[in-house]
Design a protein around this ligand. Structure first.
Ligand SMILES: [Zn+2]
Length: 77
């Protein structure tokens, strides 16, 4: 399914899955992942080895805060 390479950290891989489900584009790293939202106005990087233990949770919260995030899986009809 996912076109990004598996993230070595389980939680962060799940995190990338969340972004993917929300319709974000995930760009594979040389050093970190980049996620780009469907509206094109939001973008951030996802680190490979974050030192912050809450990093995955913070990134999810950030996703939920974006105005273009609907909370629904983006599906084409
Ligand atoms: Zn957006």
């Amino acid at each position: 399914m996912g076109y990004w390479k598996k993230h070595p950290v389980k939680e962060l891989n799940a995190l990338l899955g969340e972004y993917h489900e929300a319709g974000w584009e995930i760009i594979d790293p040389p050093k970190y992942y980049k996620v780009k939202c469907p509206c094109g106005g939001h973008m951030r990087s996802i680190h490979l080895t974050p030192s912050n233990p809450n990093y995955a949770r913070d990134c999810i919260k950030w996703l939920y805060r974006q105005d273009c995030y609907t909370g629904k899986v983006v599906a084409r009809r």
